[in-house]
Write a protein that binds this ligand. Structure first.
Ligand code: NAD
Length: 330
């Protein structure tokens, strides 16, 4: 049996990545949607042949508990809404995939994990790169010390926000923060999955604000340095005012580089031994199938809520370090 997934929030990521990916999945399918927009509901219903009974609004959301077609709820809302919609999904008896960043505070992450545990539901975070072959190779190179111990990691993930200053990404209440929360998180994740460790301390600083009309609530850019218990040091940076996308790792006897590292497709990599030859895959399809498998086989996700919470803790430590100028212990 294929498990039914309902997408909550039909914005850019649901529309252009998740719904198409759900046409390629083998263990799950697009069973329903939750949207505040009746025209969108109509459009999705037609386009994906979704039965009317599987279309919900934010007002009818909790009624999903009575719908056996829906096994998994996928929360694809602005960051600050993840906690509430994840907890309500768990209370409705559904397994949950929550987009990154898992929430805007560690306390919210803890409440989400607790709600899923209490309702005996599985929880995972939308960390698609754990299912991407080049990034998986980096995990192996670093964690299995293929080139010896990891010494240094460099990463950046940045893009230029377009000229709509009202976007939720620039609204601190909805986003929880700027580029760090949105895309810098990929570099933090990458440093952790390269080493297989959680950092113990961080220093950081905010960049200059050159477009104050946009960046009056969230940072325009931030850079940081994470210290790992095994001795590796990871430099990261993230900005909403330039385009960057790479991950570099250096070990005692070799190095590797992905560029772009975090995109939906077209990821390219090489190591000190030569080019990496791995296929491009549909990351989201793999990620959702892997979660469906966990539900079907009663296993934990490789990207569980606990990992999402650890990362939010690191993001908050980066903000604290940037704000205070001090080295912050994690
Ligand atoms: P988006 O702005 O395109 O979509 C957000 C959706 O939420 C919209 O449909 C909007 O109508 C709805 N919404 C409901 N209540 C809202 C409110 N109060 N304010 C604003 N919007 C509201 O955003 P997106 O790019 O689809 O991002 C959604 C989530 O997915 C974010 O958490 C983001 O970090 C995550 N995301 C993840 C990836 C990934 O690669 N894993 C990529 C893009 C986005």
């Amino acid at each position: 049996k294929k498990l039914g997934i309902a997408l909550v929030g039909l914005g850019n990521y649901s529309t252009n990545q998740l719904a198409p990916a759900l046409q390629e999945t083998e263990k799950c399918y697009l069973a329903g949607v939750v949207t505040g927009s009746p025209p969108k509901a109509e459009e999705w219903k037609k386009k994906y042949s979704i039965p009317g009974r599987n279309i919900y609004s934010y007002d009818t959301y909790d009624q999903i508990k009575d719908n056996p077609d829906i096994d998994i709820i996928y929360v694809v809302l602005p960051n600050a809404m993840h906690a509430e919609y994840t907890i309500r999904a768990a209370e409705a008896g559904k397994h949950v995939i929550c987009e990154k960043p898992m929430a805007t505070s560690e306390e919210d992450c803890a409440r989400m994990i607790e709600a899923c545990k209490r309702n005996n539901r599985k929880l995972s975070v939308g960390y698609r790169l754990h299912f991407e072959p080049h990034n998986q190779r980096v995990m192996e190179l670093g964690q299995q010390q293929v080139f010896g111990k990891v010494k240094k990691i460099d990463g950046a993930h940045s893009f230029v926000v377009s000229n709509d200053p009202d976007r939720w990404r620039l609204n601190k209440k909805l986003s929880g923060g700027g580029p760090l929360m949105d895309v810098g998180i990929y570099c933090v994740q990458a440093a952790c999955y390269t080493t297989g460790e959680t950092p113990v301390a961080v220093t950081a600083k905010f960049g200059e604000v050159t477009r104050p009309v946009y960046f009056d609530e969230v940072e325009q850019s931030v850079s940081w340095q994470l210290e790992f218990p095994g001795g590796a040091v990871a430099n990261g940076s993230s900005s909403y005012n330039e385009n960057k996308n790479f991950l570099y790792g250096e070990a005692e006897e070799g190095w590797w580089r992905l560029q772009p590292a975090y995109s939906y497709s077209g990821i390219e990599g090489r190591t000190s031994k030569g080019p990496m030859n791995y296929p491009q895959v549909n990351q989201q399809a793999r990620q959702m199938d892997a979660f469906a498998e966990c539900v079907l086989e009663n296993r934990e996700s490789r990207v569980p809520g606990e990992m999402g919470m650890r990362d939010v803790r690191i993001l908050m430590a980066i903000y604290e370090a940037a704000r205070t100028g001090k080295r912050v212990l994690i």
